[in-house]
Design a protein. Structure first.
Length: 316
């Protein structure tokens, strides 16, 4: 009887183990899986949220500095291309106005930034969804000064003799007000493209040095200054700007600056586009001659060509 009892015990034990071991193993594996999922979720929440570029994460903006001698800068942000491009546009640029043509600066003083953007669209291949933003010097200085002084070098825009003439050498610290005053001084004597190049150097320094903090600060600064700005940027546009800047900052976007090339007619004082102008604009938008007006998401804008005979319908 004792032997049979032990046999029954061991038989029951093995049967129990055969039933329980798979259940225990499955429970352990499930617990490990849940733990791994929690770790991954914790890691994704503890760092910067991962954002992916969307089709709307790009912006073309004509920035105007108001005054007797207005200044102009085209800004192109594209998260998909991971780039921030700046192109300073001389105020003497000739654009269609009324029944003839006028300088971009005269167009601004007569009709404001919206008309300037319209005039630029008629001479440059700008996307249809380009926006404008105009601010007085005081507003712009107040906005930029909150980021501190800029380390700017003008050697790429000015020749050695010009640097010596204006008592500049190497890289220096500039407040927004001092930089504006210096650019105004340059505009009195130097060629428009040279002054535009110096202006581009200042904005280049601004975006390079402040890119990490711009996503959180620049859209909010524009909202707070809305009463002193002339712009067609909507609240939705500012949210898109915030997302786009965050993507660009996270990916350490390329910053490139340039001046719109052209030729000054000293007789009329008008700055006309030349053979290099369109190529410069294509490079500004990262569009090669063979890819111009490409409908891909990487292109700044889709084709805007209108079939023959439909121009009047499209205008309506």
């Amino acid at each position: 009887m004792e032997t049979k009892g032990w046999k029954s015990f061991w038989t029951s034990l093995w049967v129990t183990l055969l039933v329980l071991l798979p259940l225990v193993a499955a429970t352990i594996l499930f617990a490990q899986y849940q733990s791994a999922q929690r770790v991954r979720a914790s890691e994704s929440q503890s760092g910067v949220p991962v954002l992916l570029p969307r089709e709307e994460n790009h912006l073309t903006l004509l920035t105007c500095v108001a005054g007797e001698d207005p200044a102009f800068l085209l800004l192109y942000l594209n998260a998909d291309q991971n780039c921030i491009h700046l192109m300073a546009v001389p105020g003497q640029l000739a654009v269609p106005f009324s029944d003839g043509e006028a300088t971009l600066a005269a167009c601004y003083n007569a009709a404001g930034p919206a008309r300037c953007l319209q005039g630029l669209r008629e001479v440059l291949d700008l996307p249809e969804d380009a926006h404008y933003l105009a601010a007085t010097t005081d507003t712009l200085v107040s906005l930029c000064d909150s980021y501190g002084n800029l380390r700017v070098g003008f050697s790429g825009a000015l020749t050695a003799s010009e640097l010596e003439r204006f008592e500049q050498a190497g890289v220096g610290d500039w407040s927004a007000a001092a930089a504006h005053a210096f650019l105004t001084e340059l505009s009195q004597t130097l060629a428009p493209e040279t002054v535009a190049g110096a202006r581009a150097a200042v904005w280049d320094a601004f975006f390079r040095q402040n890119l990490d903090v711009l996503p959180a600060s620049l859209p909010e600064a524009l909202r707070q200054s809305s009463g002193s700005l002339l712009t067609d940027l909507t609240a939705g546009d500012l949210l898109t700007l915030e997302d786009t800047l965050e993507l660009l900052a996270n990916n350490q976007a390329e910053v490139a600056s340039s001046a719109l090339p052209g030729e000054l007619d000293r007789r009329t004082g008008l700055y006309h586009l030349d053979d290099t102008s369109q190529a410069a604009v294509q490079a500004f938008f990262n569009v090669s001659a063979s890819e111009e007006q490409s409908p891909s998401s990487s292109a700044p804008y889709p084709s805007t060509s209108v079939p023959e005979g439909q121009e009047e319908e499209s205008a309506m």
